[in-house]
Write a protein of this length. Structure first.
Length: 260
């Protein structure tokens, strides 16, 4: 178990994301983190890495750039950034808590398997750091309601940290697409069903050669009660514990009966 963090003022907080070190969401998350602790470090990708998933850079060198003493940009994926931060770039004691985000857009349902925001939290978890991923939902072309996350994130972070959780679990938080004062509560819910990228858009370049854009179309179950997708549609903040151990125990037990 990750032990409860009862005094966040004494915590060392590491922040990363997948939208890049200059993204508005990571600047907001740093502001929020600094209300919790004075020991805050930001190590994040140099540019946007949305959809990178839990990928490592193995076939080219990783370069990093110190913007100042506690802000470091990594020319790689969110996983690269967290790996380097914990093992090299943040000196002295290990981070007490990793916060990833705040992502510009939802990380719900099956989307979490693609998400670089979630991947940063998973990497932190694998490195033994309690990790929380945070995302602010919005609907294009409307502006992102950052004030919703600003108003509620610290309370959610504090509540989760006061409990502690299993060492193979990362916490996924989504703030609904509504004004801060319209939030209808916080619910701990399971991952729903929501598949990204089924809308493929085929076009041709000026030389007549075909190419494909992976579009935003999603097939999702919006009415299944107790899921993250259904919760945020009711203007509820969803909190979902994601298990890093992907083993499916019932299937494992069934296969043991036939594969002796």
């Amino acid at each position: 178990m990750f032990e409860p963090i009862t005094d966040l003022s004494a915590a060392r907080i590491l922040i990363s994301n997948d939208d890049g070190i200059h993204a508005p969401g990571i600047k907001l998350l740093e502001d929020i983190a600094r209300t919790l602790s004075d020991d805050v470090w930001v190590v994040a990708p140099e540019g946007e890495q949305s959809g990178a998933g839990h990928s490592l850079t193995l076939h080219s060198p990783l370069r990093y750039r110190e913007l100042d003493e506690r802000h470091i940009a990594v020319d790689g994926t969110p996983t690269d950034a967290v790996l380097l931060a914990v093992n090299k770039l943040v000196p002295g004691r290990k981070p007490t808590l990793l916060l990833s985000g705040i992502n510009r857009g939802a990380n719900l349902g099956d989307d979490v398997t693609y998400s670089g925001t979630i991947a940063a939290a998973i990497e932190g978890t694998l490195l033994g750091v309690p990790s929380i991923a945070l995302s602010q939902i919005f609907r294009h072309p409307d502006p992102v309601p950052w004030d919703t996350a600003r108003a509620h994130a610290a309370r959610v972070i504090r509540a989760c940290c006061s409990q502690g959780w299993a060492r193979n679990v990362a916490i996924n938080v989504n703030f609904p697409n509504c004004a801060a004062d319209a939030v209808a509560g916080v619910e701990v819910v399971r991952q729903g069903k929501r598949k990204l990228g089924d809308g493929l858009i085929e076009r041709h370049d000026p030389r007549g050669r075909p190419y494909v854009w992976i579009g935003p179309q999603r097939n999702e179950e919006t009415t299944v009660v107790g899921t993250d997708i259904e919760a945020v549609r009711r203007n509820v903040i969803s909190v979902t514990p994601l298990c890093v151990d992907l083993t499916h125990e019932p299937t494992m037990l069934a296969l043991k009966q036939v594969l002796r």
